[in-house]
Design a protein around this ligand. Sequence first.
Ligand code: GDP
Ligand code: MG
Length: 370
Amino acid sequence: PETIVVQELANRMAERAADVVKSLMKMGMMVSMNQAIDADTAELVIEEFGHKAVRVSDSDVEQVIDTVVDSEENLLPRAPVVTIMGHVDHGKTSLLDRIRKANIATGEAGGITQHIGAYQVKTPSGQLVTFLDTPGHAAFTSMRARGANVTDIVVLVVAADDAVMPQTVEAIHHAKAAGVPIIVAINKMDKHSANPTKVRTDLLQHEIVVEAMSGDVQDVEVSAHTGMGIDKLLEAISLQAEILELKANPNRDGMGAVVEAKLDVGRGPVATVLVQNGTLRKGDIFVVGQKWGKVRALLNDKGETITEAGPSTPVEVLGLNGTPSAGDVLNVVPTEAQAREIADYREQTTKDKRAAAGAATTLEQLMAKA
Ligand code: GDP
Ligand code: MG
């Protein structure tokens, strides 16, 4: 049921909390100002103080968020979003670094890539691929738990000198639960002790049948150290993306998911957002979880200022009123007033829920003592 904390109710009526407590006492309710009361009681109190109650529901507040369903003719192909997962020390970080460096060497000048939690590279055949560079499993699961399914493809790294290990199995389970296709990267092929056949047979036990064993899961032998097989891995990703027919509508308001967020000393709150649909532009007003803002600047993964970011683009967003959480969803809304209202409403709802949970515990404790 809907509840409100007495103090908050007093704040909203611009009355003293003590007076509200007194009024509740007269109604036979013993509550402190930090406790929550239900909506019906709150309405009685509001009338008692001569105010008028207006109940705002989730749908009222949130309906300004554009929930347009894109029709097929508005959809255009978008880059796949890839997460690299695998057992510790099997070479996730090395592989991500190698892919990024290979791309700088062959690609644009500039060079100094800054770490924003995601980056984009071009495959040899010209297809863009977005890599999420957040520490593997934790980010993947926490985002999924919060309803933000940001990954299209999982690259499962397995060291050829170690084969399948507990976190390899965990990664397989995560990918399967999310319904995300896997590409196996058999890493450390430069080592003398490399045994890719063992990797492939180990994987059979976890229902991963790779192409080399006549299955349909792509497997690529790579070495993050020498760079061997990296282009092949990128092409495998390209091929998988083609099969998935990933599409989005760039011609609508931007929406996306927070990949990373931090409070930067010089720049204030900064969020790396993966745009999932639409286009996010400088000057856009948005809500992201319980925060809101107006895009003051957008920076790409190379630290360059850009004016807009389309689907599958990771972008640093400046101009937030606070630091959101990883997995929070960003939506562009029409006005600052609406952005503020939605953010406030979400924050209040969370507080109320926490207070209600707190009140319930207190009640339970009282009952336990009695
Ligand atoms: P992560 O824990 O999965 O991120 O693994 P790292 O990328 O940190 O790599 C763990 C260790 O394996 C480091 O010492 C790397 O230098 C080494 N390593 C990673 N990839 C390769 C490779 O392709 N060949 C060899 N020989 N060593 C590698
Ligand atoms: Mg690592």
